[in-house]
Design a protein around this ligand. Structure first.
Ligand code: SF4
Length: 328
């Protein structure tokens, strides 16, 4: 039974702590007590593993590295960083890179990667992503909308269905070196769906984007807790908009003050890798708005150097993880 069929059977939306109407404990779990769907869930909905899992695993097994990009809060530049990470990895012509935009209600990667208004094509092999360069493909719900200004007002089951289709039906080519998955801020349906579908094949880990001020770091702690609960390795934290260097007078100012030590202090406290700080550069926003690669235009800027260092450290972390898995 598809997620939307399940959703149609329910008389109320699933509550926050729902174990999943198709799970083996549906209707019987402690979280189900008092839920209006309890009777339906415990009797009518077929239980057991998703029948599409083998197909999803087959697709994902062709992808060497899978990275989730997370942020506790909106507005910290997560999608901007995802686009920069994708450009940076794709600068190596020997690599094949895929970016998957799972921010279903607010997809912004097509604009940032210069693929606004494109549409996907279907072939016998599946959905073909939109290629923004020879070795960088992109998949986003935005490519499936008749009008970019339409609001997407979907409940969990429908989002889950689309994510499943993205993982099952997108043909990234024979081999993909990196799949970068941009998720919405927080920990919601999209995160639960993607982590549960990718669990069997394995995710290399999550990269968490934050800004330096405490109000953003508070939500990073929740994101870290989510990763621990979901069994996802944290590859590291990136502090974005960390200082602003005026392009004219070169004076550096702190727009978001790290009142409690910023991302680096948080990483030390929680013993997780700190991947680096990226300064605020208004030219990044300009390049993202026009879908152009920032590195091509400003290769020697402090922001370009900082992002490339973060990408190097990220790749080191992925290698470290793989090596420790081999040893264990
Ligand atoms: S009864 Fe349980 S499984 Fe069903 S919707 Fe409610 S919380 Fe979810």
């Amino acid at each position: 039974m598809s997620p939307s069929q399940i959703e149609n059977k329910l008389i109320e939306p699933e509550p926050e702590h729902c174990p999943g109407p198709e799970s083996n404990v549906a209707g019987k779990d402690d979280a189900c007590k008092g839920c209006a769907n309890q009777e339906i869930c415990s009797s009518q909905i077929p239980k057991g593993p998703d029948p599409d899992l083998p197909e999803i695993n087959k697709r994902l097994s062709l992808i060497k590295h899978k990275i989730l990009v997370l942020s506790g809060k909106g507005g910290v530049g997560k999608s901007t960083f995802t686009s920069m990470l994708s450009w940076a990895l794709a600068a190596d012509e020997d690599l094949e890179i895929g970016a998957m935009d799972l921010d279903i209600c607010g997809p912004s990667l097509p604009k940032m990667l210069g693929a606004d208004g494109e549409s996907i094509h279907q072939s016998n092999s599946g959905w073909t992503p939109v290629y923004v360069s020879d070795n960088l493909g992109l998949m986003s719900i935005s490519f499936m909308l008749p009008d970019q200004d339409l609001a997407i007002i979907w409940r969990g089951g429908k989002k889950n269905g689309l994510i499943k289709q993205f993982l099952k039906d997108v043909h990234w080519g024979d081999v993909l070196d990196y799949l970068i998955v941009d998720t919405p801020p927080g920990t919601s349906d999209e995160h639960l769906s993607v982590t549960s579908y990718m669990k069997e094949v394995g995710i290399d880990g999550a990269l968490i984007v934050t800004t330096p001020q405490e109000v953003a770091l508070l939500d990073v702690r929740k994101e870290i807790d989510f990763c621990k609960k979901a069994g996802i390795k944290i590859l590291g934290v990136v502090e974005n908009m960390s200082g602003f260097v005026c392009p004219n007078c070169k004076h550096e100012s702190q727009i978001f003050k790290p009142t409690t030590g910023g991302g680096e202090a948080l990483c030390k406290e929680l013993n997780i890798p700190f991947l680096g700080s990226v300064p605020l550069d208004p030219r990044i926003g300009k390049c993202c708005d026009s879908g152009e690669c920032f590195f091509d235009h400003y290769p020697d800027s402090p922001a370009s150097n900082a992002i490339l260092e973060v990408v190097d450290r990220l790749r080191d972390q992925i290698e470290l993880n793989l090596n420790s898995l081999k040893i264990n």
